[in-house]
Design a protein around this ligand. Structure first.
Ligand code: SF4
Length: 323
């Protein structure tokens, strides 16, 4: 089959749009969608200037999504002094897994000349995920601990770098899965905070200047196209799955969505269109109560803002140390 835009062979058929694209035009299409999302989400405000640039911290794991995001952002803003990029990687302490993906991050950021920082659970919390999985003091899935620690570090470092935005590489499939999970769980509050970056990145937090707003510029691009982009451009993405990956429920939703998409192309896009409308209503409902900081106070252990006496990260660390 020929590409719809030129006479080269198509490498991809996007059933949801009917498009057949060659490698060149697929890459162009992915980049166009990322840049359009940046414009639509107003990530670059009018008052950004070379003298007063925006600093964007990118969560860079070395997986295909964050690698593709970093590549496109670096190329888009290479000659634009209004944006400064800082890539931030986190080492969870997972033997033989994260070392390889960090090598990919180092290679990519050196190639793109993007500032790259790495922080680790070991240095920050004196914790390694391999040991947490072994002890499992709270009888939870590994990702439940890991997600809390990662979010804490991403947010803390984005704030410490005085970032204007914290960008993550969530793609269309990730977003549609989260939307469906929130819907199935009937979690309106989670929908509101997932939708509205101004409410803060985490469901139990509320909007204040202390939280760096999040953005997901890849969220219009299906996972398969992100993977193809990384492959076609020969980017140094690390594709091995984490040995502790444990989000079984998300896996079920993923399979469900893939099968729906196959039978009804466009399902992910329509889920997101409807979800954003629903979530906007939910955000409206919670906005008033969320603008009051009354329920929030500093964690008695680490000082981070929390709705509890001791934040979730500190209570998990306490259980791990006691195990
Ligand atoms: Fe952490 Fe789970 Fe991701 Fe592994 S898959 S790095 S345990 S969140």
């Amino acid at each position: 089959m020929e590409c719809d835009k030129c006479d080269r062979d198509a490498v991809h058929h996007a059933a949801y749009s009917g498009a057949h694209l060659c490698g060149h035009h697929l890459c162009e299409s992915v980049e166009r969608r990322v840049r359009r999302r940046i414009r639509q989400d107003d990530l670059l405000p009018d008052d950004a200037t070379p003298e007063n640039p925006q600093r964007w911290v990118i969560g860079l794991s070395g997986g295909k999504d964050s690698v593709v995001l970093t590549q496109i952002l670096a190329e888009t803003f290479d000659a634009d002094p209004r944006v400064e990029l800082v890539a931030l990687s986190i080492h969870e302490g997972i033997e033989g897994y994260r070392d390889e993906s960090l090598a990919a991050c180092n290679e990519l950021t050196a190639e793109l000349d993007v500032t790259h920082e790495t922080v680790s659970y070991a240095e920050e919390f004196d914790v390694r995920m391999d040991e947490v999985v072994e002890d499992d003091p709270e009888n939870m899935a590994p990702c439940a601990y890991c997600g809390v620690f990662r979010r804490d570090l991403l947010e803390a470092y984005a704030a410490a770098y005085d970032a204007d935005k914290l960008l993550t590489g969530h793609n269309l499939d990730d977003e549609a899965q989260t939307a469906l999970m929130n819907f199935f769980e009937g979690d309106l509050h989670q929908m509101a905070t997932h939708y509205d970056a101004s409410l803060g990145p985490f469901p139990d937090r509320t909007p204040t200047d202390r939280f760096v707003p999040r953005a997901k510029p890849l969220r219009d691009v299906p996972e398969k196209e992100v993977a193809l982009y990384a492959h076609l451009r020969d980017l140094p993405a690390h594709i091995t799955e984490c040995p502790h990956a444990s989000e079984a429920y998300r896996g079920e939703i993923r399979d469900l969505l893939l099968s729906m998409e196959e039978d009804h192309p466009g399902t992910r896009h329509s889920i997101m269109a409807g979800y954003e409308e629903l979530a906007a209503l939910a955000a409206e409902k919670y906005r008033d109560e969320a603008t009051h900081d009354g329920d929030l106070s500093p964690c008695v252990e680490c000082g981070s803002t929390t709705a509890r006496d001791v934040c979730r990260k500190c209570s998990l660390l306490e259980s791990i140390r006691a195990a």
